[in-house]
Design a protein around this ligand. Sequence first.
Ligand code: TYD
Length: 231
Amino acid sequence: MSQQTPPETAPSGAGRGLFVAFEGGDGAGKSTQARLLGEWLSEQGREVVHTREPGGTTLGRTLRELVLHGEDGSVSPRAEALIFAADRAHHVATLVRPALARGAVVLTDRYLDSSVAYQGAARELGHEEVRDLSLWAVERLLPDLTVLLDVPTREGRARRGDVHDRLEREADDFHDRVRRGFLDLAARDPDRYLVLDATRPADELTAAVRARLGSLDAHPGGTSGVAGAGR
Ligand code: TYD
């Protein structure tokens, strides 16, 4: 697989760069996959920016602390959705868009779909409402590709070991709704997603992501980086 050519240009609506989001439940292995893909792209001479939500910026790190590390019940569901959206707005405006504009590959550990799955589906605030809030926050910037690492709830819990943040402490039925929320998003827009069984070996997952990026390069008109008005 290492022979594969990475994309030279991207269909992102935000410049010449390439925007890839890694999504999935807690314990799915997103950061490992982002790191492995980033290493491969760097070897090919691409500028790679690794980032995450919440907490990719200085403001974001403060928001992350507020939203994840309070006591249970310390943040109301709508406040939670707004804090994640505020983190995302600042992240996109100050880090993601500038990096894409100069041609970098941006690999983010979580993006807008996490809000739809956790706040929209699991907190039951509504898929459309939460998605619209985030789309407004980011001026409709969508990833060129979203890699969804799908992991069964019990497996995710076992992998992440000692639970430590407010969301991770939620019960299994919450995490089941998160998982269904992600799968539902991917089913609505298959061109923009790569859904992988996260229980497969890490090197197989990496190979699948590389292959998909290669095909994205081959069909650069296939996706757009900006959500259409009707979605
Ligand atoms: P993450 O950084 O992946 O956790 P960790 O550092 O433990 O790997 O994500 C933090 C938590 O925030 C995770 O439980 C998912 C949650 N989250 C939301 O609920 N909504 C969002 O929009 C985002 C970005 C994250």
